[in-house]
Design a protein around this ligand. Structure first.
Ligand code: K1U
Ligand code: ZN
Length: 169
């Protein structure tokens, strides 16, 4: 297994729209395993393939307390939504920032597993929010797109400054 590099905002590659997965092979399983390892190590509760510069419709997540309930969603689709919930969200691609975002509170999801089998489930609370956050990544959208452009620009400038400092050493 390998740790993957996570792209940081405002990297333009984070704006790429991911394409559907059509081949369910060993390479896909390796990417899934590497993404899970990268997510747990970060640590995070979710990770979209876009964030590791792989532009396919794949996300991994684990919102359990004991970090032993990983989920792999390939070609996920939200079939139904209910209610609204406002929650503070973070993002491994926007490190150090948490902002309040309003999303659907309950969702019904259809996806494929790493062998290509279809499955459906209901999600609510943090799990529902996390799925919507990760599915946004697959469409090139970030949680900072829901906040004011003033705040977003401030975050962008701070992260750009940090990157320059890191590059200087
Ligand atoms: O997509 C990502 O960058 C992962 C992100 C997912 C997420 C967090 C909060 C609300 C919605 C989606 C994260 O995992 S940020 C880190 C985080 O939330 C966390 C880290 C350690 C322990 C618990 C949470
Ligand atoms: Zn994120």
């Amino acid at each position: 297994m390998a740790l993957l590099n996570i792209l940081l905002f405002p990297d333009p590659r984070l704006r790429t729209k991911a394409v559907e997965v059509s081949t369910f092979d060993e390479n896909l399983q390796t990417l899934v395993d590497d993404m899970l390892e990268t997510m747990y190590e970060a640590p995070g509760i979710g990770l979209a393939a876009t964030q590791v510069d792989k532009h396919i419709r794949l996300l991994v997540m684990d919102v359990s307390e004991d970090k032993n309930e990983s989920r792999v969603l390939i070609n996920p689709q939200i079939l139904a939504v209910e209610g609204e919930e406002e929650m503070d969200e973070g993002c491994l691609s926007v490190p150090g920032y948490y902002e309040s975002v309003t999303r659907a509170d309950k969702i019904h999801v259809r996806a494929q597993d790493s062998r290509g089998n279809f499955f459906e489930f209901h999600a609510d609370d943090l799990e529902a929010v996390c799925i919507q956050h990760e599915m946004d990544h697959l469409d090139g959208k970030l949680f900072v797109d829901y906040i004011s452009s003033l705040k977003r620009d401030r975050i962008r400038k701070k992260l750009e400054k940090l990157k320059k400092q890191e590059q200087k050493g």
